[in-house]
Design a protein around this ligand. Structure first.
Ligand SMILES: [Zn+2]
Length: 310
């Protein structure tokens, strides 16, 4: 399997201030584990380009782009909401993060890579068409999915989101777009506390109780995501890969571990193989215990790279 890791040094320059869980040490933790595991040697390393305005405007309003740009301080920090902090380098980081997913789509659509993991920050799945929130400035996975539809002639793409928080931004952006199937599991009730829309053939939200662990998570995926994905037949599979449902994560209560991330990665890869020529693009969302995050990304990438045979 040809698997790429896309990132950029700018993503480490997004400084959220002392004590913020979404910080540059997350990328160090991931890249240290990839190196120590030997996995870094089998991945193709690609630098993320800056996303263009036109690519962002497929999923965000002009007002949102202007609001984020205007909020960037010349020095120090500024808060866009109680959790979402920007510094002078945040716009470049956010443009690299969204640019990574767009570039990943070009790599897998063009056939030079089978799968790509975007090791980027800030994360994206809480960013709505017209609003930054929950550590997210631009919706990275949405920018990639919209690019696949607009530029690569695809009619159906799926986004699977196993972050512990519901992907309200992705939900908002593709609310009226039946070319996108959005499958999500998340702790509920929990942040972002937005109302859950009813499920449709294109929207498969599976809330999990705070006590849920492996069995409940795997049942949610097997009973709800997989039938919808089989029915939808996506031509490209996107993963909003948040690892904050791990039992060691400090921000949430779910009790998953690396074996669950291995398992769900195999499920996503199998869907990609069956319907999408194996084309899969994954991007980092949450995950705030540094050790658990590094181990979980290694588990995920071992499956993408075909090293874990399942
Ligand atoms: Zn999260």
């Amino acid at each position: 399997m040809r698997t790429a890791y896309i990132s950029h040094p700018d993503c480490r320059e997004h400084d959220t201030g002392e004590g913020h869980p979404e910080n540059a040490r997350r990328l160090s933790a991931i890249e240290d584990r990839l190196a120590a595991s030997g996995l870094a040697d089998v991945l193709r390393h690609v630098e993320a380009p800056l996303v263009t305005d036109a690519e962002l405007l497929r999923v965000h309003t002009r007002h949102h782009l202007d609001t984020v740009s205007a909020a960037i301080p010349a020095q120090g920090y500024r808060r866009l909401d109680p959790d979402t902090v920007v510094c002078p380098h945040s716009l470049a980081a956010a443009r690299r993060a969204a640019g990574a997913v767009v570039a990943a789509v070009d790599l897998v659509a063009g056939g030079s890579m089978d799968s790509v993991f975007c090791g980027v920050r800030p994360p994206g799945h809480h960013a709505e068409a017209d609003r930054a929130m929950g550590f997210c400035l631009f919706n990275n996975v949405a920018a990639g999915a919209a690019h696949a539809l607009a530029e690569h002639g695809l009619d159906r793409v799926a986004i699977v989101d196993f972050d512990v928080h519901q992907g309200n931004g992705t939900e908002d952006i593709f609310a009226d777009d039946d070319r996108v199937l959005f499958c999500s599991t998340f702790q509920h009730p929990f942040y972002p506390f937005t109302p859950l829309p009813g499920n449709t053939v294109n929207r498969v939200n599976v809330p999990l109780d705070a006590s849920a662990a492996s069995a409940e998570f795997r049942a949610a995926v097997s009973d709800h995501w997989l039938p919808a994905l089989d029915n939808f037949r996506p031509q490209m599979v996107f993963v909003s890969a948040g690892f904050d449902a791990h039992r060691e994560d400090p921000l949430a209560e779910l009790n998953l571990d690396e074996s669950d991330y291995t398992w769900v990665s195999h499920q996503a890869m199998e869907i990609a193989r069956r319907f999408a020529g194996g084309r899969l693009v994954s991007t980092l969302e949450g995950g705030y215990n540094l050790s658990a995050l590094g181990r979980s990304v290694v588990a995920h990438l071992r499956v993408l790279a075909g090293i874990d045979p399942g």
